[in-house]
Write a protein that binds this ligand. Structure first.
Ligand SMILES: NC(=O)C1=CN([C@@H]2O[C@H](COP(=O)(O)OP(=O)(O)OC[C@H]3O[C@@H](n4cnc5c(N)ncnc54)[C@H](OP(=O)(O)O)[C@@H]3O)[C@@H](O)[C@H]2O)C=CC1
Ligand SMILES: CCCCCCCCCCCCCCCC(=O)[C@@H](N)CO
Length: 273
């Protein structure tokens, strides 16, 4: 059965920016109550204001909690407790907090490997671990992990990032097997490059090779990526593989569209020449 978003409590880590913020907006538009989790309080308040513009009734709430999801499990557990006290048990958790750093293996600091593993991997383990017991008791719940295309394919410049995103997949698949009898569904999204503040930041230090590889596919809009992620989380059909397939099909469709436009352009050019 699909999860009913109206009145549901959705926690979005990384909900103050980019894809996470768009996921929060998408859920809010469908009547959910939202808890945003991120570090910077100004960005959280800014995002809260933006999300509240999309309310569909006057009961809806957007709660903001500032915490680093990658540092201390007890802190994360407390934050989830606070959120549950205010807005009730978590129906859906979206693990979207994360970051990318690229560079050649020998140029990346060892500390970058540690940091990306903390933020992208442990930063998804901690919130999930904090919500799972209540979800199992209630026999209700969805957990979404945001990996990346670079979480399916190791790519030049992404030795640190790809590994942290591959780790998410192992976690998700093992966890799904454990919690399926409790009516809890896990989805993993593998988004392509998406136009967000995080992506702009990442592009400032990208090696040429990484940039050229990334330019073989088009950059998606965060609204579009968020819509797909929410849809896949609500109506889980084929589980993990559906999300993978849809992102690929989406990006392959756009290749086909681009080729068609290119061909039309050159046909016009040929006629006028
Ligand atoms: N944009 C892209 O091209 C793609 C992105 N992704 C993944 O999607 C996710 C979101 O990316 P995007 O929207 O681009 O990123 P943004 O940088 O725009 O947003 C990242 C969000 O995560 C929060 N965050 C970062 N670190 C932490 C932390 N340690 N604790 C709590 N919150 C944190 C940020 O807030 P604050 O800094 O205040 O904590 C912010 O809200 C990431 O996991 C990324 O790897 C996957 C594929 C493609
Ligand atoms: C089976 C065949 C599949 C073919 C698809 C391969 C696509 C290659 C291009 C990859 C671009 C890099 C994506 C990383 C996005 C990301 O996570 C960062 N932008 C985060 O900010």
């Amino acid at each position: 059965k699909p999860l009913a978003l109206p009145g549901a409590h959705v926690v979005v880590t990384g909900g103050s920016s980019g894809i996470g913020k768009c996921i929060a907006i998408e859920c809010y538009k469908q009547g959910a109550f939202i808890t945003l989790v991120a570090r910077n309080e100004d960005k959280l308040l800014q995002a809260k204001k933006e999300i509240e513009k999309h309310s569909i009734n006057d009961k809806q709430v957007v709660l903001c909690i500032s915490v680093d999801v990658s540092q201390d499990y007890n802190q994360v557990e407390n934050v989830i407790k606070q959120a549950q006290e205010k807005l009730g048990p978590v129906d859906m958790l979206v693990n979207c907090a994360g970051m990318a750093v690229s560079g050649k293996f020998e140029d990346l600091e060892v500390s970058t490997f540690e940091r990306l593993m903390s933020i992208n991997y442990l930063g998804s383990v901690y919130p999930s671990r904090a919500v799972i017991t209540t979800m199992k008791e209630r026999r209700v719940g969805r957990i979404v992990f945001v990996s990346s295309q670079a979480g399916q394919l190791g790519l030049f410049g992404f030795t640190a990032y790809s590994a942290s995103k591959f780790a998410i997949r192992g976690l998700a698949e093992a966890l799904q097997m454990e919690v399926k009898p409790y009516n809890i569904y896990i989805t993993v999204a593998y988004p392509p490059d998406t136009d967000t503040p995080g992506f702009a930041e990442e592009n400032r230090t990208k090696p040429l090779e990484t940039r050229l590889i990334s330019e073989t596919t088009s950059v998606c809009k965060p609204e579009q990526v968020a819509k797909q992620i929410v849809k896949d989380a609500i109506v889980v059909t084929m589980g993990l593989f559906r999300t993978i397939a849809l992102f690929y099909l989406g990006s392959f469709d756009s290749i086909v569209r681009r080729c068609m436009m290119q061909r039309e352009k050159s046909e016009i050019a040929n006629k006028t020449a």
